[in-house]
Design a protein around this ligand. Sequence first.
Ligand code: OTU
Length: 658
Amino acid sequence: MVVHEDILRLQAEQALNRLAPRLATEFGADDAARAVFQERLSAEFTRLFFCLLPLYGDRNDFSGRVEQIVLTAAAAWRERPARLKAIDDEAAADPPWFQSNDEVGAVCYVDLFAGDLAGLRERIGYLRGLGITYLHLMPLLRSRDGENDGGYAVSDYREVDPRLGTMADLAALTDELRRAGIRLCMDFVFNHTADDHEWARAARSGDPECQGFYRMFDDRTLPDQYELTLREIFPDRGPEHFIWDDAARKWVWSTFYTYQWDLNFANPALFRRMLAEMLFLANQGVEILRLDAVPFVWKRLGTTCENLPEAHLLIQAFNALARIAAPALVFKSEAIVHPDEVARYVGGHEAQLSYHPVLMVLLWEALATRDTALLRHTLIKRFEIPPGSNWVNYIRCHDDIGWGFADEDADEMAIDPIGHRRFLNEFYTGRFPGSFARGLPFQENLDTGDCRICGMTASLTGLEKALAEGDGTGAELAVRRILLLYGVIMTIGGLPLLYLGDEVALLNDDHYREDPAKAHDRRWVHRPVTDWPAQQAACGDPDSPGGRVFAGLRDLIALRKSRRVFAGRRMEVLPLANRHVLGYLRDGAPGADAPVVVLGNFTERDQRIGDWGLVAVLGPGPMIDLVGGAIYSFGPDGLTLAPYQLVCLTAESAGSTS
Ligand code: OTU
């Protein structure tokens, strides 16, 4: 039966009308709050309804479920503190804040970076000094004892890990950060909870309601059928995605570690409960939620259970509800999957921000191969995303690097994707002859030879090896590699995200091996503890590699902030004849600053660029490099870049404007 869209719209309208008396009761005498809520609800309701309908519309209690979901949002809006309602009013700005060149992100674990939330407050000055405006604190909610996947096994969404502080401390921190011009980003780990979350504990002791929050099975019939089409996520664990729970006497779906139990979003009651948790976090003052593991949140038999259309509807529904009850809230999707799939989560109605994993991996790829061809090809194909959204560009994060470029992109460049990934793994584990990298393999699959890479930026760019060998030239090249990679993400368009520790070139840290809760997971090698006295010494020492990186990075951040041409993501890859050099043009919007051409040399040799096309872009006169301050002229020999040099060229006459 084809149901005409008009009829569905009518149904949505009727559902909205039925809500009015319920909202009147919910808000009581608070007419002002009700009026604002009602207005936003009217604006978003049809969109919300059309997301929920395919998810839950086949249930005969559908309209009651919709009503409960909206009432949950209304309750959260009533509880939203006035100071946050004030920032909600700024949320509709066009262009949105996250497209500004003023924005620079940073990410860390609270305990590793600053001990606890009180310690973090003391580091706000440090972050400000670097120019940070967006701070992602990795999981800081209460998580299970022992192994907890770095906090990605959440035991309670409403309680901060007691070792770090309290929820009140967190809320106060968001205010203090905001006063310092920094927005707080937190993870919303919503694909799974820890196996000791109160719902999981209740499910274990037989509570049918809580059992319905997870994906639990009496026997292997369905699990065996699902397994036929699922992909291995953590190959070290083997191919299984289900764990037998003796207390519940059921098989429980767990995509990641066995103690991370996947939530069942096919159950609208669970959707509503997670909505309440999400809005609770927003009401603490968190402005950006990183949607952890988004591809996995919906499952359907006979599929890979990744990136299903329903996963998108789910996020769109959450987005619509955020627009209604916490408009300042922005989503960042964490989809580390095929680039086509990554892009599908991005947009004003879904996730306004998204990690850009393919840029990250191809920067590393270009560094290993000294060839920017695949990087350029991919950027031309894949940099574009809808208006109202932005990329979050990064070099490293707390996870491993998996070589997630598209096979078809590689094929188009006559590169064998499988062989190429094998080479990259060999290179970054330091096994490839002549490699400068000192990474570790992660989740090596002995059947396929596939693996991913762990390591700090400084260890992957050659600093660890150079220092161990007393090789001064090698250390210098490593520093330049770090600044080249960060220079690209500061200037290419999108919001750059600094992995804290990289700003002083911290190396791999082997201490995790001594902790039985961490020893099995090599990602801990790139999660070092910040040693503040050492860090401060490094920052102040312009001759140490850490000090060089710190000063260089601070200058790059200042450069980004000084020119509006680095806002947004209008970017054109230049077809330079020299494949060792990545070049792109930033020309901003009409009326913005003068155009800038960025050129980056991905090799340890001088590289000459003879493309006269550059003259057409920048004019025939002298050019100034905004990074080093030198004046360049395009002579008969073109221009020459030093090893790993990054320049931002603009016509000299435009050099002094801002
Ligand atoms: C995320 O990563 C987190 O970043 C990890 O630290 C967690 O372990 C994991 O979720 C579970 O919470 O597989 O190797 O496409 O690739 O979500 C990292 C998304 C991961 C997944 C990603 C996941």
